[in-house]
Write a protein that binds this ligand. Structure first.
Ligand SMILES: *[C@@H]1O[C@H](CO)[C@@H](O)[C@H](O)[C@H]1NC(C)=O
Ligand SMILES: *[C@@H]1O[C@H](CO)[C@@H](O)[C@H](O)[C@H]1NC(C)=O
Ligand SMILES: *[C@@H]1O[C@H](CO)[C@@H](O)[C@H](O)[C@H]1NC(C)=O
Length: 365
């Protein structure tokens, strides 16, 4: 009798926590636009030349094979899909060869920029991909006719879909910085990056999107790549609380604030839409400050996988290259390959977004 009661209570608890902790059925689909933070395979399928992410140790955790994700395992977008009881988003370029999926599609591509790639080529800056945000939106428009036909049908379907616009824009700012441009030179890019994101949001809302989530940029100067390539001999250039480069993170905050202001304008322009800001920066900073408190015993600044160097990052021997090494326990590290987070760090950030108040208005409400 007692045992039965305990079992029943246990089941009840499971049911409630499931109910509280996730929201299956809230959305029928997720559509995602972005870069390597959320690409689940498009870059690999595009035939691009970056062989490292094609093989282990990429994907060694959870998937146990390389999927095209820039991490050892799942990304924030995967944890969001899990929270809504939806399957992991298939990459758009895989769909071109197979059946279309009504539960969502991922258009993100490693290296993608918010501004069109031609803008960067005109300034002698090379990119990994030309599949910028506007190209990804073109893919969405191509796919639309196979998802729904009449305007009424599309409106109904998109009303029950979540549109993730980003993270995008990080490459627009980071590429020039690690190529030697100064913050002062790059600052005028911010309104253009935010303008490109706002344009994408307008297009999606005109197409019928109602719920949109728009992430800001991570504190990039905490990455092993950035700390290595933008190293400063001046100790006061570093934030003593995190070890990250202050000026660069302040610049990212400037961008994120600019984006937040633009989102407020868009909310006024489209009062029927629900435009959510996702604070990737805020959700990451606590683990940068006290990584061990969250179980990241390897610290927040050293990469798990990479070549030799003070931050286990080496631009000429990156993760997956011959001569690179992988840490034994990626779950103890925040930084995966110098430029992207580990699955456990992404999981932590995703929990902060979904359950921890780092989305505004809240994603779950
Ligand atoms: C992107 O476009 C530029 C300029 O048109 C071209 O030189 C480059 O090869 C393209 N890159 C890729 C990856 O397609
Ligand atoms: C070191 O950095 C600080 C803060 O960024 C700056 O105020 C100071 O002028 C720098 N000192 C040198 C010697 O460059
Ligand atoms: C990076 O790797 C190259 C090639 O193995 C090596 O010569 C160089 O010393 C490494 N840099 C650091 C900082 O360890």
């Amino acid at each position: 009798m007692k045992a039965k009661k305990i079992v029943a209570l246990f089941l009840l608890c499971c049911l409630c926590s499931k109910f509280v902790l996730s929201s299956p059925g809230r959305y029928d689909a997720i559509f995602n636009f972005g870069d390597s933070v959320s690409d689940t395979g498009n870059f690999l399928l595009s035939g691009a030349l970056v062989p490292e992410i094609k093989k282990l140790p990429y994907g060694e955790t959870f998937f146990h094979h390389a999927t095209g994700r820039c991490s050892n395992g799942r990304l924030i977008i995967d944890f969001i899909a899990e929270a809504f009881g939806l399957p992991y988003l298939p990459p758009y370029l895989a769909l071109a060869k197979g059946p279309h999926v009504r539960t969502g599609v991922n258009f993100a591509v490693v290296g993608a920029t918010a501004i069109d790639s031609s803008f960067f080529y005109a300034q002698n800056l090379k990119l990994l991909t030309n599949d910028s945000l506007s190209v990804q939106l073109g893919w969405f428009k191509n796919l639309k006719s196979s998802l729904c036909t009449t305007k009424q049908e599309c409106d109904e379907y998109f009303k029950r879909s979540l549109f993730l616009v980003g993270e995008i824009g990080g490459n627009d700012l980071v590429n020039p910085l690690v190529s030697g441009r100064t913050i002062k030179q790059i600052r005028p890019l911010v309104p253009q990056v935010v303008g490109a994101i706002a344009r994408a949001i307008r297009i999606l809302i005109e197409e019928g999107a109602v719920d949109l989530m728009v992430p800001g940029i991570f504190p990039i100067s905490c990455s092993a790549m950035f700390l290595t390539l933008c190293h400063s001999p001046n100790r006061s250039a570093y934030d003593p609380r995190t070890g990250c480069l202050k000026a660069y993170n302040d610049f990212i905050k400037y961008h994120n604030n600019y984006l937040k202001e633009e989102l407020q304008n868009l909310r006024e322009e489209y009062p029927h839409a629900r435009i959510i800001y996702a604070d990737y920066y805020g959700a990451s900073i606590p683990i940068c400050r006290t990584p061990k408190h969250y179980g990241f015993y390897g610290g927040a600044l050293k990469a798990c996988c990479g070549g030799s160097g003070p931050y286990h990052y080496n631009a000429s021997v990156t993760c997956g290259d011959p001569g690179s090494t992988v840490c034994k326990d990626p779950s103890a590290f925040v930084d995966w390959d110098g430029n992207h987070l580990t699955e456990s760090a992404y999981h932590h950030v995703a929990n902060g977004l979904i359950y921890g108040g780092f989305t505004s208005p809240p994603l779950l409400s």
